[in-house]
Ligand binder design. Structure first.
Ligand code: NOJ
Length: 588
């Protein structure tokens, strides 16, 4: 007799197994399910399982952060000593600029060995100790993955140029003749002569999207793809939680070279993400891709199967325009244009990073307005498109304007990325060339060399002049001052963390009744926050409705608001901002 299974017992088990199986597949395949299926699953219960959707990421260069051995250059042991500082600030993840051996012609973005630590920054052991201590504090480590190109000094290039029969020859991109458009597509105009240069050893021209000493790798060659996977696997084994993928649109050009009308191989991104997730399920790939909104889903993947995160360069440029001009409409439009992304994907928002502020997507008129306000001298501008200054100097060291900018950053839809020293209001040194101006040593104390090093001379000058002099701006002084920018930033980060709706929820741009005030409302799981920012230096009055809100609890000033005739009236000081929680001050 056939045994009839007890369905009331087996069905839930089957359902449970199917679900676990789906989850397993989801992690192992990098969401290769159809976009719809994945989005449904994610919106049901996965959205807040992605750590990177609501994190605070801190970007730093090991060499410029803290020197532990007195040789004048920062190192991993110095960085380890400062982990408590970063933990107290509220940092969830550190993004390390390149730290591998490099001739340093592009400050480490010219890697000479992908599998080692630059000796000047410490040993492999020092690196492991750092990662371990970060993990103990619940801080993840993301590293720059610079695989579009190598240094010309990399062994691969050295072998490649020697002989056409070397297996490495086809790892790079060569041409016997100088291509007609050898000047098209330079990333660093004014500092770069061409994108094809003659290699005297091979007698051929090689392709380099960036500086001449950075030959592009040839990703049409499967061996190069395999090597990129090995690099990823290697660093994941060292405890790395994710990668900031450098120069994404250039890596995926197939074939490379501007003259060839390259197609973009987006599948590469899905493949590399799948590979990374096969080694570590919660790895994140954060892409450096300055693209227009129509391109976004090609990078994220329609169902979120591409790279999980991208810097929102598009919004960043219009944000700078809004900060400089007070005109909000293009910024609001950019927010709306980048609003729809898959549930598992996330934007990384930022104000400043280690490069110039790139304003290339503004109109010439808009760009000139930003130049005029934030970088009027030629020496402040770079590559005909950007500004090589820190935030504080651009905003004239105006505390109110700086607060507005950072309050805004932490309330933008995505994950916030901050640059070391910006929490203190550090400045820049325009005597240093190109983008090095914003990479000066961290200012720890008012002691010699800002407490960065005990050496007589730091590897790069510490800022010791003007309003941003380390004797005035340093961690030690600001730690003991409850009104300092550092104390304010720490409180802001805590407030942001109490509002997970920002990273997870849906948002609407409110009609605030004032052209100068941006109002954002976030909603997630029945909880909601409303945040206002006044871009004008003059006080503004707002008048707006918030559906379903009986009261707005003020998260900063204990000044709660009730609607009058269905509308909220909130006055904001010049550059003022307000964070409110809807209906519940402490949500359940
Ligand atoms: C983008 C990086 O942000 C920049 O600093 C670097 O010079 C180029 N990629 C080349 O790697």
């Amino acid at each position: 007799m056939t045994k009839i299974p007890n369905l009331s017992f087996t069905m839930p088990v089957i359902m449970l197994c199917t679900r676990s199986f789906m989850l397993l597949i989801t992690f192992l395949t990098g969401f290769s399910m159809s976009g719809l299926a994945q989005d449904k699953l994610a919106s049901v219960d996965l959205k807040n399982h992605f750590w990177y959707k609501n994190a605070v990421i801190y970007n730093l260069e090991v060499s410029a952060f803290k020197d532990s051995d007195g040789d004048g250059r920062g190192d991993f042991t110095g960085l380890t000593q400062k982990l408590d500082y970063l933990s107290a600030l509220g940092v969830d993840a550190i993004w390390l600029a390149p730290f591998q051996p490099s001739p340093g012609q592009d400050d480490g973005y010219d890697v000479a060995d992908f599998y080692a630590v630059d000796k000047r920054l410490g040993t492999g052991g020092d690196f492991a100790e750092f990662v371990n201590q970060a993990q103990i504090r619940g801080i993840r480590v993301i590293m720059d993955l610079v695989i579009n190109h190598t240094s010309t000094q990399h062994q691969w290039f050295q072998e490649a140029r020697k002989s056409k029969t070397s297996k490495y020859h086809d790892w790079y991109i060569w041409s016997d003749k100088l291509p007609k458009d050898y000047k098209v597509g330079m990333v660093f105009p004014g500092y770069q002569e061409a994108v094809w240069s003659m290699d005297s050893v091979s007698g051929q021209y090689y392709y380099h999207r960036f500086y001449q000493f950075q030959p592009d790798l040839n990703y049409a060659n499967p061996e190069v793809v395999r090597e990129a996977q090995k690099i990823i696997g290697f660093w994941l084994n060292q405890g790395i939680s994710g990668f900031r993928l450098d120069a994404v649109p250039f890596i995926i050009e197939i074939p490379k070279g501007p003259g060839n009308n390259p197609k973009l191989d987006y599948k590469f991104l899905t493949d590399i993400r799948q590979f990374a997730q096969s080694r570590k399920a919660d790895v994140v790939i954060l892409g450096e891709a300055n693209v227009v909104p129509e391109e976004n889903l090609n990078y994220f993947g329609k169902g979120g199967e591409g790279i999980q995160m991208m810097f929102n360069f598009y919004v960043n440029q219009f944000l700078f325009y809004a900060l400089a001009s007070g005109k909000l409409e293009p910024f609001k439009k950019a927010l709306v244009e980048t609003q729809i992304i898959p549930d598992a994907s996330q934007w990384a928002h930022f104000l400043r990073n280690h490069d110039e502020v790139d304003l290339g997507r503004l109109t010439e008129k808009q760009r000139n307005e930003v130049f005029e306000k934030f970088g009027p001298d030629k020496n402040m501008q770079l590559y005909d498109r950007g500004i090589r200054r820190r935030l504080s100097t651009m905003l004239g060291n105006d505390r109110k304007h700086i607060e507005l900018a950072y309050s805004l950053l932490f309330s933008l839809p995505g994950t916030a990325v901050i640059r070391y020293g910006d929490e203190l209001g550090m400045g820049d040194d325009l005597r240093l060339q190109e983008r090095i101006s914003v990479r000066t040593p961290m200012q720890w104390t008012s002691d010699k060399n800002a407490g960065f090093t005990t050496a007589d001379t730091a590897f790069r000058p510490v800022i010791d002049f003007g309003e941003h002099d380390y004797k005035k701006i340093n961690v030690a002084a600001q730690t003991r001052d409850s009104s300092s920018l550092l104390s304010w930033t720490t409180t802001l980060i805590r407030m942001r963390k109490a509002c997970p709706e920002i990273g997870l929820g849906d948002y609407t741009v409110l009609d605030t009744g004032s052209p100068d005030v941006l109002g954002l409302r976030y909603e997630h799981n029945g909880k909601s926050v409303v945040i206002l920012h006044n871009f004008s230096d003059q006080p503004q009055q707002t008048n707006f409705s918030v559906k379903g809100a009986d009261i707005l609890y003020d998260l900063i000033n204990n000044d709660d608001k009730k609607p009058v005739a269905g509308k909220y009236n909130v006055s904001l000081k010049g550059y003022g901002y307000q964070w409110f929680r809807v209906n519940q001050l402490i949500p359940n």
